[in-house]
Every structure is written in C-alpha cells, then in structure tokens.
Design a protein around this ligand. Structure first.
Ligand code: ZN
Length: 176
C-alpha cells in the first residue's frame, strides 16, 4: 500500500468535475484502499478522489470515534436534502483552516459500494455534512466557496505562502 499525494487549494485540479465510475473493478478497489489509508494517515474523516488527482466519482468517509467504520460512496447522488445546520468544516486540501458552513442538515443519498452494489443511506449530523462536503469535491467545489470572496482570498494567499514555504504539515497556515 502506498499513500497518495493530496492536492492543496488553490490547485486547479481541485476544480475538475469527476466522471462516474463505469465498473467497480480491481483498480477502483485499490484506489479505495489507498484513499482510506491516506485519509486515516492524514488524519481526516473524508476524502474524495479529486483530492488525490483521480477524477472519478469515489468518496471515502469515516466519522466514527474509533476510525473503524469506513464508508465508501461510488457515484454518490443526493436524492433529498432537508433542514439547515451550521458546522465548522475543515479539509485535507485546505490544511489549518476551519470555517463555519451552512448546509442542509439531513440528506438521503444513493451510491454504489466497493462490492459494486447500489444502496441508499439517510444521514444527519456530521455524516450528512461530510457527505455533502465530499460530493462537492467531485463537482470541483470547495468549502471555502461558501465563504465571502474576501475571506476566500485571504485563505488562498495563506495557503500559497505555506506551499511556497514547503507545505510543512507541522507548520500549518494560521487561521485568517
Ligand atoms: Zn475537503
């Protein structure tokens, strides 16, 4: 197994729209396993293939306390969204930055699992936020897009400086 490199905002590849997975073959399963390993190592609670520069509609999530409940969503679609909630979000592609984002509080999602079987899932709380955040990635959207242009530009400048300085994970960009 090998860890995958995570792209950082404002990398233009993060703006690409991912293509649906046609066939859940061995390559897709290997991608899922590598994405999970990369997510746990980071550590993070969600990772979209877009973030590792693979432009296919694959998402991995684990919001459990023990990091032992991985969830894979292939070709995820939000069927229904209800309510509204605010939560502080972060992103492995925007390290060190946490901002409050408003989104629907509950979602019903359809997806395909790593065995190739379709399923539906009702989610609320952190899981609902995480699913929406990761599906946004597949559509080239980032959580900073929900912030004001001024705030987003400040975050972009800080990230650009952090990347210029060598992208040291022990010296993350400060919160703007
Ligand atoms: Zn993210």
């Amino acid at each position: 197994m090998s860890l995958l490199d995570i792209l950082y905002f404002p990398d233009a590849q993060l703006r690409r729209t991912a293509s649906p997975v046609e066939n859940v073959n061995g390559d897709v399963v290997t991608l899922i396993d590598q994405m999970l390993e990369t997510m746990y190592e980071a550590p993070g609670i969600g990772l979209a293939a877009t973030q590792v520069n693979v432009h296919q509609r694959v998402v991995v999530i684990d919001v459990s306390e023990e990091n032992n409940t991985p969830l894979t969503l292939i070709n995820p679609e939000i069927l229904q969204a209800e309510g509204s909630g605010e939560m502080q979000e972060g992103c492995l592609s925007i390290p060190g930055v946490y901002e409050t984002v408003k989104r629907p509080a509950e979602v019903k999602v359809s997806a395909i699992d790593r065995e190739g079987n379709p399923f539906e899932l009702d989610a609320d709380g952190l899981l609902a936020v995480c699913i929406q955040h990761e599906i946004d990635h597949l559509n080239g959207k980032l959580f900073v897009d929900y912030l004001s242009p001024l705030k987003r530009n400040r975050i972009r400048k800080r990230l650009e400086k952090w990347i210029r300085d060598g992208a040291d994970p022990d010296d993350l960009p400060e919160r703007p």
